[in-house]
Design a protein around this ligand. Sequence first.
Ligand SMILES: [Zn+2]
Length: 221
Amino acid sequence: METLSPEFKPKIGIDTKEWLPSMDVVLPIDGSEIPDFQKWVNWNGFRPNHSGIDFAAYLNNRNELIIGLQEGLPVRAIADGEVQQVIDCYGPYGTTVDIFHGELNDSADSRYTHVVPCVEQGKKISKGEIIGTLYKDKKIGEQRLVHLHLALYNSWKIAQSRPFADPEIVFGAENFIECDSSGSPEPKLIGVETQPTKIIIANQNFGSETRVITPAWKTEN
Ligand SMILES: [Zn+2]
């Protein structure tokens, strides 16, 4: 889907101010819609080989790390804009919605992947409006549990799919707890290593469990 040249390196953080000049953004997934929600975990952060952020894991009120979200969870536009395109990828990324925030916000674009869209190209969108719902894509495994991949661009027409803004910076680091992981089922939470008591791989329903993993930091003593 994305065609980045090998020498291209995203400018992490540097262009965030350019992307943000007048942006008034909301998170694309509302934590209040998740029972026992406490904090988002930056499961697979903005990196040259990833170019987005995955809303894939969260801490609940008992400091348990829940990996995987609920299928059907609403995905919301982060700002006012217009649907630039809806892409049915037929592959591991599922369907993608791109929203152009240009007229109001200096040509910023946001991309939402692994969603079932409920909008069409050209539709005007308001900040926080539901644009689709999450679904489980075709690959099996922890990395492919239900999650939202969000990428931000400073201009679709100029940048041609090159990601510019780190979503964690756009939304504020205080909204996330970092996770040293690339989808491993045994992540290490940065800064809260001793807090989570267990890691739960969620299936389609909140509260149900398919597997409980003892975190590495609980077995080192
Ligand atoms: Zn991703």
